[in-house]
Design a protein around this ligand. Structure first.
Ligand code: AMP
Length: 118
């Protein structure tokens, strides 16, 4: 699938659409999910044109990949989840997995309570 420069996260990264920023560095912008599926729901967007995890791992440089996943960790630290509270990181790749925005992103969710995992 070709990257669509007009997807909603590309517009957020260009500053054309507002988002609630949690963390930002040269590799990533982390924002609150506008339609949270958990009490805490953050999205980490790489600052590059990647459709999904597969595309990202194939086409991003090793430096960018390392910087991006460090930004995921820094986002966790920024929201204070790196303690007994805990968190889940997930990513949907393709329509069959529920991906709806085709700019690669990592979900950080937390606050589910004692519900086990899905
Ligand atoms: P996915 O379904 O894995 O592609 O995740 C896309 C996520 O983007 C969903 O959790 C949506 O709630 C979220 N989302 C859609 N539009 C916006 C927006 N304008 N700002 C922040 N999050 C959004």
């Amino acid at each position: 699938m070709a990257y669509d420069k007009n997807n909603i996260f590309a517009k957020i990264l260009r500053g054309e659409i507002a988002a609630e920023k949690i963390f930002e560095n040269e590799f990533a912008l982390s924002i609150k999910d506008a339609f949270p599926a958990a009490p805490i729901h953050i999205l980490v967007l790489p600052k590059g044109e990647f459709v999904n995890f597969h595309d990202f791992m194939e086409n991003a440089t090793p430096e960018f990949i390392a910087g991006f996943y460090k930004a995921v960790r820094q986002t966790v630290d920024a929201i204070g989840l790196n303690d007994e509270k805990g968190y889940r990181i997930s990513m949907n790749t393709g329509k069959a997995a529920g991906q709806s925005v085709f700019h690669y992103h990592v979900h950080i969710t937390s606050g589910f309570g004692n519900v086990g995992h899905v």
